[in-house]
Design a protein around this ligand. Structure first.
Ligand SMILES: [Zn+2]
Length: 394
């Protein structure tokens, strides 16, 4: 299978050239119309679903759907996203001009997740009469900011229906059958505000917060002993997916000569794909209560947000079929594991639709970092795996 990648690189170059930063969303419409046009050229039936009204902030969020209907009773969704995180400073070349060198294509979003859009279009271009299963290609915005108005909108409001979903926003090194849940929130330590010249009249919450954070490092170690039944991605420090807890922001104070009245810290807890996140929250709350009592602190947890993890059983026939296609193209067995992060698969999983994740985001591709790139060989692998999958169903 030595098909060239000219088509995929050309598509990738067009969509990388549009800055689709998920914060400003300014490039969304232009990028979505390029993807829609490319899908239309392949004869797919294209529709655009903009969640602008639901979001209610006047920012357009066009979701592109491109359908291939071969009259099968079975439909697979191929799920990608075209939004990106900001390029940031320090790139060796323009992040919005695709640069191909030594088997790598550099540009913001080349790996995460525009390479997958190019690879999926490439597979649909080549499949022709051989397609055995209906395909819905989704290119959504807002994945980097939670997906509620992207894939969440398509699943919950447009009510896109399918029998299975492949989230093409993952690593090519393994077939992922699940993702960790995310719990985040804030911790507040209350003190008594005062003049820095009179510290004896104030209670400085920053010292209390420091001791509390030290105590929570022990909680982080405790959570790391909670293990999933599902393997971690290859080369992870722990064989099974483990619980993680991190303090990610600390803030307090307004002026150098004022002892602040309170201090806040943000936490991010990653739960196991096969764990009820409420149990992890209860574990955190109990630990926090006893810790603050021991330290004699006036403290509370607030603003907790919970997004469940999910997993598809490793022996689900969809997982086995997809894994078979990957193994065939790779020429060897490919491992099954779960993601340490989260992804848009949660929206399908909540509807009971089985999900696997796969894609061209190799571990070394600097995704979200400076000089992001996609390995051309991974883009070709993803294209060929999809081609194999679509043309061999069941
Ligand atoms: Zn992504």
């Amino acid at each position: 299978m030595s098909r060239n990648l000219n088509y995929e690189i050309e598509v990738l170059s067009k969509i990388v050239s549009v800055n689709t930063d998920a914060e400003s969303k300014l490039g969304y419409c232009e990028c979505a119309s390029i993807i829609a046009e490319e899908a239309g050229k392949l004869g797919l039936s294209v529709s655009i679903h903009d969640s602008v009204e639901l979001a209610n902030d006047n920012k357009h969020r066009p979701n592109v759907i491109a359908k291939l209907d071969v009259g099968s009773d079975h439909t697979v969704s191929l799920v990608t996203h075209y939004d990106i995180v900001p390029a940031g400073a320090g790139w060796s070349s323009n992040p919005f001009k695709l640069k191909v060198v030594d088997g790598k294509a550099y540009g913001r979003g080349a790996a995460d997740d525009k390479g997958a859009i190019a690879a999926a279009l490439g597979a649909l271009r080549l499949v022709g009469e051989k397609a055995k299963i209906n395909v819905i290609l989704i290119a959504s915005p807002d994945e980097e900011v939670g997906g509620e108005f992207g894939v969440g909108y398509l699943v919950n409001h447009v009510r896109v229906e399918c029998d299975e979903a492949v989230i093409l926003d993952a690593s090519p090194e393994f077939v992922s059958i699940g993702a960790s849940g995310v719990v985040n929130g804030w911790i507040r330590v209350k003190g008594v505000q005062g003049h820095a010249g009179y510290p004896h009249k104030a209670v400085n919450p920053i010292y209390g917060m420091t001791r509390l954070i030290e105590g929570l490092e022990d909680f982080s170690n405790l959570r790391s002993t909670r293990l999933s039944k599902i393997d971690s991605p290859p080369n992870s420090p722990i064989k099974k997916v483990w619980g993680r807890f991190s303090i990610t922001m600390v803030r307090s104070g307004v002026k150098s000569n004022v002892i602040p009245g309170d201090a806040e810290a943000c936490f991010d807890m990653r739960t196991l794909p096969d764990e009820n996140p409420m149990e992890a929250v209860e574990e955190l709350k109990a630990y926090f209560l006893s810790l603050t009592k021991n330290l004699g602190l006036n403290a509370e947890i607030h603003g907790i947000r919970i997004s469940s993890g999910y997993y598809t059983k490793p022996d689900h026939e969809f997982v086995l079929r997809f894994k078979k296609s990957v193994s065939k193209i790779y020429g060897c067995e490919v491992p099954i594991a779960a993601e340490l992060g989260g992804n848009d698969g949660k929206f399908f999983a909540l509807k009971g639709i089985p999900v696997v994740s796969f894609g061209c985001i190799g571990p070394d591709t600097n995704f979200h970092g400076v000089d992001e790139f996609v390995h051309l060989k991974h883009m070709a692998l993803v294209r060929d795996v999809l081609l194999e999958y679509i043309s061999t169903y069941p």
